[in-house]
Structure formats: C-alpha cells, structure tokens
Design a protein around this ligand. Structure first.
Ligand SMILES: NC(=O)c1ccc[n+]([C@@H]2O[C@H](COP(=O)([O-])OP(=O)(O)OC[C@H]3O[C@@H](n4cnc5c(N)ncnc54)[C@H](OP(=O)(O)O)[C@@H]3O)[C@@H](O)[C@H]2O)c1
Length: 264
C-alpha cells in the first residue's frame, strides 16, 4: 500500500511532455488535481499557456510552460535549463506520434523524427531528471507506450517498434530503480480519442467498442504507478495483448495487419 500525498511521494513538480493535447493534457489535469505543480512541454505554446492558466485557477497549483520541439537535438538540455530552479519529481514521457502507411512509401525523415520523439527524447529527458530523483531518494517516471507494443503492427511497423522501446524501457527501469525509491512504469493505452488519429492518418471509424477517453486512461496509469512495471488500459485490450502469448505470433501480426489495412 502506497502511503502519503502525491507531493510527499514524489515532490512538488511534475513535468509532462505532449501537454498541449490528448493524454498529456489529461495527465496535467489529474496531477494538478492531486496538488502537484505542473511543467507543461509541447510545441504549441498558446495551448500550454491556456492549460496552465486553467490548472492554476481550478486547482491552485503553480505551472511553468516550456514550449519546445522535442525532436531538436538540444531539447532535453534546454528543458533542463528552463526548470533548473525546480525539483522535478515526476516525469511523464508522453509526447509521441504515429504514421500509417506501407514502409517504402513513407518518408525516411518522418520515420526518423518519430524515433527521435518517441524513443530518443524520453531517454534524454530521463537522463536529465532521474539522477536528481535518485539523489533525493524519491521520484517517478512514466513512459507512454501502446497496445501496439504487444505485437508487430503492419502498416504501422515503425510506430509499434517505437512503442516496444517505451514498454521495455519503463519495465526495465522499474526493476532497476524500485529499491532506490523511484517508481518507473510503462502505460499502454489502446484506441483513445485524441488528436493522434488525425496526425497518424487513421480512420476514426475503426476501433469500435475499444475506444476510450484520455480521462480513463490516465486514471489507470496513476492508480497503478508504484504498483506495477507496466499497465494496459482496458480489459479487452489486456485480453488482446495476452492472447498474443497463447496463439502463434503470426496470427496476432496478421490480425493487427487486417485492422491497419482496413484504414485508408
Ligand atoms: N490516442 C491513442 O489512440 C494512443 C494509443 C496508444 C498510445 N498512444 C500514445 O499516447 C501518447 C500521447 O498521444 P495522444 O493520443 O495524446 O496524441 P495527441 O493528442 O496527438 O497529442 C500528442 C502530443 O504530443 C505533442 N508533440 C507532438 N510532436 C511533438 C514534438 N515534436 N515536440 C514536442 N511535443 C510534440 C503534441 O503537442 P504539439 O503538437 O503542441 O507539439 C501533443 O501535445 C503518444 O506517445 C502516443 O503514441 C496514443
């Protein structure tokens, strides 16, 4: 049983990447509701400012907006400098995007950007903030993975590979740091209504009963932080992810491919 308020467990400040929309925006709201001050990171500074004001007004917390393109090589360094006077006790590596399409028809540069945002940025940011958490003997790092991490996803192959990276990173760090007072965790949402679908070129008609809200996804994450190395949101998503362990791998890949292919 975890004890103490969120501030007692992790300190005063949470840093959330991808705070301008979707799941990241909801992480900001729910962490502010728990009394944590929030550092908001994404490219769209106007949205960060608006959300920061809303959080201060509704929950009486302090906020700091750090507009940043996380694909830039010095992004982690700049963010670290921008919050050097604050103790970041909870880091949410959430910013990410996907891109649907047959591999050879997609741009190599866009795939490289996806790998930088989804994989490299979380590693670099965690290198900035985790050592200070270790010194303080408390902290947490959440990596937003996906149910796409549980089987290869044809036509979304690079994206699902980046999400395996997030899943394994979160789970590995959970074991490495649990005795040092740090709660690392990977969160795997399934279909969640956000701006992700439009950015990825996905047909929003697909998903059916699997559609979820960012609100429910984030509640699952925060409820399980400190208890598990990783969590999949939703019973049906958990069943689908674990069916990949029972049935031949090629079946799960084929099913994932049929779902991706049915999209434009
Ligand atoms: N929605 C789903 O169905 C789903 C399912 C499984 C996993 N996920 C994962 O959940 C995470 C959040 O996605 P979401 O669904 O909330 O998508 P979203 O609504 O599109 O939000 C993505 C966030 O990432 C930020 N971002 C994108 N590119 C960036 C960049 N270069 N630098 C800094 N920030 C950047 C965006 O802000 P700016 O545009 O302002 O920079 C935005 O705040 C992602 O890692 C995604 O892979 C989503």
């Amino acid at each position: 049983m975890l004890k103490g308020s969120w501030k007692e467990r992790y300190g005063d400040w949470a840093l959330v990447t991808g705070a301008s929309a979707g799941i990241g925006e909801e992480f900001c709201r729910q962490l502010a509701e728990k009394g944590m001050n929030i550092i908001l990171v994404a490219r769209r500074g106007d949205r960060l400012k608006e959300l920061g004001e809303e959080l201060s007004l509704n929950f009486g917390v302090s906020t700091r907006e750090v507009p940043m393109d996380l694909i830039l090589p010095d992004a982690a360094e700049k963010i670290d400098n921008a919050v050097a006077d604050l103790e970041v006790g909870l880091l949410v590596n959430n910013a990410g995007f996907g891109h649907l399409g047959r591999f050879h028809k997609k741009s190599a540069d866009r795939d490289a950007d996806m790998i930088k945002l989804n994989c490299l940025a979380p590693v670099e940011l965690t290198h900035k903030f985790l050592p200070k958490m270790v010194d303080r003997g408390q902290g947490a790092v959440i990596f937003v993975a996906s149910t796409a991490a549980y089987q290869a996803t044809p036509f979304f192959s690079v994206y699902s590979a980046t999400k395996v990276f997030n899943l394994f990173l979160g789970e590995g760090l959970w074991q490495e740091y649990k005795k040092l007072g740090i709660d690392a965790m990977a969160l795997s949402p399934g279909y969640t209504k956000t701006e992700f679908q439009k950015a990825a070129g996905l047909n929003e008609d697909v998903g059916g009963i699997l559609w979820e809200t960012p609100d429910n996804v984030v509640r699952t994450a925060l409820k399980n932080l400190g208890k598990k190395p990783s969590v999949i949101h939703g019973g049906l998503n958990r069943f689908l992810a674990f069916s990949g362990r029972i049935f031949p791998r090629k079946w799960s890949i084929a099913v994932a491919g049929m779902v991706s292919k049915s999209r434009p």
